[in-house]
Design a protein around this ligand. Structure first.
Ligand code: GLN
Length: 318
């Protein structure tokens, strides 16, 4: 069978069965809880699950609550990392953050004090992403936020992508832990700007609102090593996508990244809104949302659904 024919068969099989797999995974939302430490996120319904899978021509397989709107939260950290790499280069970025998983919760400050030098272990934990926010080019938080938003819109090919101001306010009002992390970083010499200015940029990128289709579209660019296969243009240098995908593998699902690599075997990044961005390299961009989270902060139903898909199509890279 030709490669094209095989791909067409896979796509048809996917479309025929996706809704069934979504229904099966949806029951797993009952095992989790919607994040409430950011009060605005607690409004999300617990039992929804949606997915969008996009192929390189932009065809979509959609199922469940795929049009549910949610904020990117930690998923945004992948793209701010890429932007910081594009703005400052590898040397500067890796003078501020390390390259290793922590095994701790995403908002832990434990290792900042315990391990020398006191820089965050990686750019995907909160401390690391706060350090990365400070590196986005611009002379003020407003300029940096503007740059971030334009970059996100370009990758998502969606000029309407915007910040959810209610979530932004809610994050800011309750960011006691993130403020502590940022002051710690400031004291350790990691942040050049004022803490409040850096956090303003951080809250803004976490509060960008999207759908599964936006996630899938953004993931598609990563799946093709920085080239948008639809507009046929290079948006991100290959090396920086390589760095981002490596972090997604090792730290993208926090301290459940090993388990996720074992059961799903794809690069992925989750957020506390219940979103997961993942991809089948060279083929599909994937966006999933299921707001009920497990103890480690990942969508219970979303992780289950990606596990099912990976098994059915033998997507694991290992
Ligand atoms: N904005 C969230 C926070 O700072 C992001 C965390 C997450 O999605 N895991 O706590």
């Amino acid at each position: 069978m030709s490669d094209d024919k095989q791909q067409e068969n896979t796509w048809n099989y996917l479309n025929e069965n996706l809704t069934q797999w979504v229904m099966e995974s949806k029951s797993h939302s009952m095992e989790g809880n919607v994040a409430s430490y950011i009060p605005e996120l607690a409004n999300a319904p617990k039992d929804i699950l949606g997915i969008c899978i996009m192929d390189s021509q932009g065809q979509t397989a959609l199922s469940g609550d795929h049009d549910f709107r949610f904020t990117l939260q930690s998923i945004s950290k992948v793209f701010t990392l890429i932007l910081a790499l594009m703005d400052r280069g590898e040397e500067v970025v890796f003078s501020k953050v390390g390259m290793e998983p922590t095994g701790d919760d995403f908002n832990s400050m434990l290792k900042l004090e315990l391990v020398e030098p006191g820089i965050p272990f990686n750019p995907l934990i909160n401390a690391g992403a706060i350090a990365i926010s400070s590196l986005i080019a611009g002379n003020s938080p407003a300029e940096q936020t503007d740059r971030m938003l334009h970059f996100f819109r370009d990758i998502a090919d969606n000029s309407t992508l915007d910040i959810n101001l209610d979530v932004h306010q809610s994050e800011s009002d309750t960011a006691h832990r993130n403020r502590s992390l940022a002051y710690f970083l400031k004291d350790n010499g990691v942040l050049d700007q004022q803490v409040d200015d850096v956090l303003e940029v951080y809250f803004s990128h976490c509060s960008v609102e999207a759908t599964c289709t936006d996630l899938a579209r953004m993931a598609l660019v990563l799946a093709h090593n920085g080239v948008d296969p639809i507009r046929k243009k290079q948006i991100i240098p290959r090396r920086f996508v390589q760095i981002a995908k490596t972090f997604m593998f090792t730290c993208g699902m926090y301290n459940a990244s090993g388990e996720f690599a074992m059961n799903v075997g794809l690069p992925a990044k989750s957020g506390v809104s219940g979103g997961i961005l993942s991809m089948v390299p060279g083929r599909y961009g994937i966006g999933v949302v299921g707001p009920a989270l497990n103890r480690k902060g990942n969508s219970t139903a979303g992780v289950h659904l990606l596990g099912t898909l990976s098994q059915k199509f033998d997507w694991s890279l290992f």
